[in-house]
Structures are given as structure tokens and as C-alpha cells.
Design a binder for this molecule. Structure first.
Ligand code: ADP
Ligand code: MG
Length: 697
């Protein structure tokens, strides 16, 4: 490629056009997500090494990682339990041993007495004095002058087929070549930079890739240096703007305007054994108004566990069905989807409505029958798991999509669902699994409207939470017996913690056997991930029908399961679970009018934070309060479900550390929309070159 063409390149040009990238390297980088020249500049070093100075051998500190240099005075093979290579070096002040446990013949040839050795590594205390094991090193003759590095050495994430030094050199060349242009890509308005004290981007990139040795290495490595604030802020901003954009796009798309008299919904309300709470009524009314618009609704319903979100969703569904549309309801686990199916079939048994069911455990024949019913509109209400996402699921006239326990699904899936509409996008109703504090919700669900059901149905008694050392487990047996005698039911949960489903299944079956021996007159069942869908469903149905008194289970029952007659839940290893998960599990009881109990079993001794968590659980029943505490203790990962879904995978930002900036990020986004709308697109594409499809980021 000629120099002239190169001069016309911009930072947004494909990397492959940059003259110094031979196409093999460019191709490999491209495969790993680096398409454009500026993508390269946003490669964030994992850490930095100081190879700018040489530390005298007399000044070495055990445990430090440093660069040393000296004349080789001795090289020999040693045989302890295995062969090793030992090399002694010396400078004016002292000497140091260098040791290798793996070495090659070639290496021995190069390490000649009298040559100069320069190495970088950690200083350890060896048997024969200080030593460095397996350093990075080079050897040169005493006559040659080899300069030390001018700046700290950034260590980049590994890219397959591209060496660290190739990547480093390439980034250096880009920085040199585009120096002037870097000044023009700092799109953040000055007001934003000043207000939030964000450094200038050209300077930030220069420091990021070639930090001067006068800077603090520690600040760089701990990412507390101000350059990181700029990058993190910009990344959060780009994600937030991306979500807002997704919402704007939705506004431009068409949805069916669903206008009905609401007779079906009213009929079911009249038939319910309870009256809706005011909170439920309010939210239902809002949804009804949303549905009448020809812009797609995108509404998140937040509410504490047990606040009755499901019935609101079902009533909303009846509006769409009455207007002649299909409704899809999706749940994150088969168990929950099946429960919804059972409940809805039960409610609507006299409504002359076909309900279809889709899950991955259907046989091919069953599946085809269901698909047929969906495509022909014979089925109006379609319930299922992720199976609803699949390509071959074709709706005849989808008007409303309901997603239950939202935090188990990622943004990508949320967006994917929109494609399922036949004339435009369907309306979307999303039920949250976990209450989320306002700032978080507003930043991370910026593509959604949020409604809150802020009360529980009347007559509910607060769950009483008891902390119990696992050494005193036996006192529980009598408690369980008395509960069963009152015809109430019990969950015993053995959580899955950093161990395989297999081990969790064993824990469940063991506890099942133990309880069986001690509670001879109780009917006990068990449930774990290793059972087939059919087995699980049969057990759950028995539990629901009160044919089982005590259910020993893994956390498969964590979300959504609703058996109001269950009044005691025992959570083993409670000290190892996060607050939100504990609250979610506890929410399996306290769903009826009986007094319910939650026993948190812990193995002493427990850490301070675990103690804090458990006492928060004991003292507080309010999900929103607990979420606030969880945020303070653990950051928002657990709340947002980032672990499960890969939701918001950032290059640099770490929500547990950076969530305090979220309100500033929101304010900055608002300002930019008002004053600098043209920078929104480039900002988003700089950080999310492949769009909001987080599964690819
Ligand atoms: P969640 O909001 O956790 O999903 P559910 O929708 O599963 O809660 O509802 C919990 C239980 O409360 C269910 O058994 C449901 O039938 C019942 N329920 C819902 N609304 C009311 C109400 N207004 N009054 C009494 N019980 C209700
Ligand atoms: Mg629910």
C-alpha cells in the first residue's frame, strides 16, 4: 500500500488497510474482534512492568519484581530432584543467582561467562541467597550498548497468533502515525470533561500505551491513575447511550395497537380468589395504556418476591388475546415455565383457548405439533423456555411477549425477541427477578420503562428468619415434624456452590436419606439438576398437590416457584450465598397467609461480610432494602445477573468498583443528547463495535 493511501486513513479505517500490518496479523486480530485501527488503541493493558531501570544487585527486595543486570560469572547444571540450570551474575555491588527448571541446550550455549545478562522477574529467597527463577532475559556482549525501555512496558491480553511484541510495536506505530488525529477523536464535550474531571483522550491513550516512568506504577497497575477514570467513564457512557438508542429505535418501530374492552381480563379478575392489590391494579392500568399505542411497549415490572407479578402478566395477556393476538410467555427454567403453564391452564380452563407449550425436552413429534399450533394461530397463549427464541418458532400474529424473571436473560436476547413480531415489533413486558435500586435500573435498563409494584398482597405475615449453626441442625428435625403435622410443607435447599451439578445432586440425595431416616412418617421428595425434565416436573407436581411434605432440592427452585402452602425453608451453606440470592430463595415461603420461617444454616467460623449478610437477612424482609445492602457489600453483579447472562461485559469498567459513577454517566448522557447528538453514534461504535449484541462483545 502506498504512503499516500495510508495518509488518507482514519482511525476508523479497517486495520487491514494500515500499511504496517501484514495481513496475517490483521486477519488474526480481526478474528479476535479487532477490526478497526481504533479498536487497537482501546486494547487495555492487563498490567505494566518497569523495565526502565536496572536495580543494583545490592538493593534487591524479596518479593519485588525488577529488572537486574550483571556479568555472568558462572553457569552450571545442578541435579537436585530434577536437573536445573544455574547462572550467577554479578555487578559492582553484589551477585544474584538465576535459576531455570526447564531449559534448552541452546540456552546453555548463549549463557557464556563474561557476557552481560539482563533479566526481569521476581526476587525470591533461595537456599544459596537471593535468586530469580525463569526471568524474561537477554544476553549481550560487554561491548554492546543496549538501552533500557523508555517507558513502562504494557502487557496486553494475549491474542492467538500475534506475539506481545508485534502487538506492542503495532500500537506504537498507530500512536505515532495518528498523533494529530488522536486530538480530533476526543468527542467528549469540554463541559463534560471539566465537570467530571476526565483527562483528554490523546493524552490518555499515550499514557495507556507508553506510560512515562515518572508516573506511579502502582497507580497504573491498580487502575487508579486518572487516565482510567476517563476510559471507564466513556465506556459506561457508551453502553448507556447504546441502550437509550435501542429504546429510540424501538419507538420508531410499529407495534399493533391493542384496544379492547378488557372483558376477558375482567372475567378472570372476577373469578380470582383474591382482589388485586392497588399496586397490581396500577401497573395493569399502565400496561393497558401502553398496549393501546402503536409504538411497542418495553416495560419492566419491578416488585419484591411474592408481590404477585405473574397474575398481572396473565391479565395483560388476556387483553392482547381478546384483541386477536398471540401472547408468548417465557421463563428462564423449565420448572418455572411448567408451573406457569399449569397455573394458566387452570385459570383459563373454561376460556376456549388453546395454550401451547414449548421446551427443549419435547419430542420431535410433540414439538412439531406445538409449532404447527403456533404458526396457525390455533394457540393463542404460548408458554415456554429459551426454546421460544429458536428460529423455527414462527408466530402467526404475536402481539405481546412476556419475559419472566428477567435477570436470567441477557440484553441480546431481549433485543432478539423483538424480531419475532409479524407486523412490526410485539409489545414487551418484562418481569424482574430481583428488585434493583433506582440508579442501577435507570442506567442499565435505559431501554425500558420501569414500573414498581411496591406492596405485597394483604394478609401476608413477615417471614421470620432464624440463623442457626449447622452444628445444631438436629434441633430442626422437631420443627419440621411439627410443621408437617400442621399439613404445611417444607423446602430444604442444598445450594450449588462452586461445585458440579453432580456433587450438588449427591448432597441432595444424601440429605434426602438422612431426613427420611429421621422423619419416618413424612413424605419426602427430592429435586436436582441431574434429573430429567419429566422426573422434575412429576416431583414438582406432587409437591404442589401436597403429596410430598418435604422437598430437598438444589437451587433449581430459586426463581419463581410458587407453593403457598410451604411455610419453612432451610438454606444450607447460607454464609456462602449472596444477599439477593438468599432473598430470592427465602421468597419461596411466605406466599400464603400462614406464618412462614426461613432457617439460614451456616458453618462457623464465618467471615465478617458473611456475618453482615446474614444479619441483614435476619433483620430485613424488604427486597429493595436488601438490594441496596447487596450493592454496598458486593456491587451490582449479582443484582443485574451479569454472571449468568454475560450481560454488560466491559473491557475496563467493573460495576462493583465503578457503579458510583453511574448517576454522573446518566447526567452526561443526557447533556450529550441535548447538545452533541452527533457524537453518540461514534462513541457507541468505539466501545461496542459490534453493537449491543453483548454475547459477542
Ligand atoms: P412474584 O411477584 O414473586 O412472581 P407471584 O406472581 O408468584 O409472585 O405471586 C405469589 C403468590 O401470590 C401467588 O400464589 C399468587 O397467586 C398470589 N397472589 C398474587 N396476587 C395476589 C393478591 N392480590 N392477593 C393475594 N394473593 C395474591
Ligand atoms: Mg415470579
Amino acid at each position: 500500500m502506498s504512503e499516500a493511501t495510508v495518509a488518507s486513513l482514519s482511525l476508523e479505517s479497517p486495520l487491514i488497510d494500515f500499511y504496517d500490518v501484514n495481513s496475517r496479523v490483521a486477519h488474526r486480530l480481526q478474528q479476535q474482534g479487532i477490526d478497526r485501527i481504533d479498536d487497537l488503541l482501546l486494547q487495555i493493558p492487563i498490567c505494566y512492568q518497569d523495565m526502565t531501570r536496572i536495580v543494583p544487585l545490592s538493593a534487591l527486595v524479596i518479593g519485588s519484581t525488577v529488572q537486574v543486570q550483571g556479568t555472568i560469572t558462572q553457569v552450571k547444571k545442578q541435579y537436585a530432584r530434577r536437573p536445573m540450570l544455574l547462572c550467577k551474575i554479578q555487578d559492582k555491588s553484589a551477585s544474584l543467582n538465576i535459576r531455570w527448571f526447564h531449559f534448552t541446550a541452546n540456552q546453555q550455549v548463549r549463557l557464556q561467562v563474561g557476557q552481560i545478562f539482563r533479566g526481569f522477574g521476581e526476587i525470591r529467597q533461595g537456599r544459596q541467597g537471593l535468586e530469580m527463577v525463569h526471568p524474561q532475559y537477554r544476553v549481550f556482549s560487554p561491548q554492546s550498548f543496549v538501552p533500557v525501555a523508555e517507558h513502562y512496558t504494557p502487557i496486553y491480553p494475549k491474542f492467538e497468533g500475534v506475539s506481545a511484541s508485534t502487538l506492542s510495536q503495532l500500537i506504537g506505530k498507530v500512536l505515532d502515525h495518528f498523533y494529530q488525529q488522536l486530538l480530533t477523536i476526543d468527542w467528549l464535550p469540554e463541559a463534560v470533561q471539566t465537570r467530571y474531571q476526565l483527562s483528554n483522550l490523546a493524552e490518555v491513550l499515550e499514557i495507556l500505551h507508553r506510560p512515562s516512568p515518572v508516573l506511579s506504577l502502582q497507580q497504573l497497575n491498580e487502575r487508579t491513575h486518572p487516565i482510567f477514570k476517563r476510559l471507564i467513564f466513556e465506556e459506561l457512557l457508551a453502553h448507556h447511550l447504546g441502550l437509550k438508542q435501542a429504546r429510540m429505535n424501538k419507538r420508531y418501530s410499529q407495534a399493533p395497537a391493542i384496544v379492547t374492552r378488557g372483558s376477558l381480563s375482567q372475567r378472570l379478575q372476577d373469578e380470582l380468589p383474591f382482589a388485586l392489590t392497588q399496586g397490581q391494579q396500577q401497573v395493569l392500568k399502565t400496561i393497558q395504556q401502553d398496549l393501546q399505542n402503536s409504538q411497542p411497549m418495553a416495560r419492566l415490572i419491578q416488585g419484591d418476591v411474592g408481590s404477585g407479578k405473574t397474575i398481572v402478566a396473565i391479565l395483560a395477556a388476556l387483553h392482547a388475546i381478546e384483541a386477536g393476538y398471540q401472547v408468548a410467555l417465557m421463563a428462564p427454567t423449565e420448572l418455572l415455565a411448567e408451573q406457569h403453564c399449569r397455573v394458566i391452564r387452570n385459570y383459563l380452563s373454561d376460556y376456549d383457548l388453546k395454550i401451547a407449550w414449548l421446551s427443549s425436552s419435547l419430542t420431535k413429534k410433540q414439538r412439531n405439533e406445538q409449532l404447527q399450533a403456533i404458526a396457525s394461530h390455533e394457540a393463542a397463549f404460548i408458554i415456554g423456555t429459551h426454546a421460544l427464541f429458536q428460529k423455527d418458532v414462527i408466530f402467526h400474529k404475536l402481539g405481546l411477549m412476556i419475559i419472566d424473571e428477567q435477570h436470567r436473560f441477557g440484553v441480546a436476547q431481549r433485543l432478539q425477541l423483538q424480531q419475532k413480531g409479524t407486523d412490526g415489533s410485539p409489545h414487551q413486558l418484562i418481569l424482574s427477578a430481583t428488585p434493583i435500586p433506582r440508579t442501577l435500573a435507570m442506567t442499565f435498563f435505559a431501554d425500558l420503562d420501569v414500573s414498581i409494584i411496591d406492596m405485597l398482597p394483604s394478609g401476608r405475615l413477615p417471614i421470620e428468619t432464624i440463623l442457626l449453626s449447622s452444628q445444631r441442625k438436629t434441633v430442626l428435625i422437631e420443627r419440621i415434624r411439627s410443621i408437617v403435622q400442621k399439613n404445611q410443607q417444607v423446602y430444604w435447599v442444598c445450594p450449588l456452590i462452586e461445585m458440579s451439578e453432580q456433587v450438588a445432586a449427591q448432597a441432595v440425595t444424601q440429605m434426602f436419606t438422612t431426613l427420611k431416616e429421621q422423619l419416618l412418617d413424612c413424605r419426602i421428595g427430592y429435586l436436582h439438576g441431574k434429573m430429567t425434565a419429566v422426573e422434575k416436573e412429576a416431583v414438582m407436581a406432587d409437591y404442589q398437590a401436597k403429596k410430598i411434605d418435604i422437598l430437598v432440592a438444589t437451587t433449581v427452585i430459586e426463581v419463581g416457584i410458587d407453593v403457598p402452602n410451604a411455610t419453612l425453608i432451610v438454606l444450607e451453606n447460607a454464609e456462602r450465598l449472596g444477599l439477593s440470592q438468599l432473598h430470592q430463595l427465602r421468597g419461596r415461603v411466605g406466599r400464603g397467609t400462614q406464618q412462614s420461617y426461613c432457617v439460614l444454616l451456616y458453618h462457623p467460623p464465618i467471615s465478617k461480610t458473611a456475618q453482615k449478610r446474614l444479619s441483614v437477612m435476619r433483620d430485613c424482609n424488604d427486597g429493595f432494602e436488601i438490594a441496596k445492602e447487596d450493592l454496598a457489600i458486593r456491587g451490582p453483579g449479582d443484582l443485574l445477573g451479569t454472571e449468568q447472562t454475560g450481560l454488560f461485559r466491559f473491557r475496563l469498567a467493573d460495576l462493583s468498583r465503578d457503579y458510583r459513577w453511574l448517576s454522573s454517566v446518566r447526567a452526561a448522557a443526557h447533556y450529550i443528547e441535548q447538545t452533541h447528538p452527533t457524537i453518540i453514534k461514534p462513541l457507541i461504535s468505539r466501545w461496542l463495535p459490534r453493537g449491543l449484541d453483548y454475547s459477542l462483545v
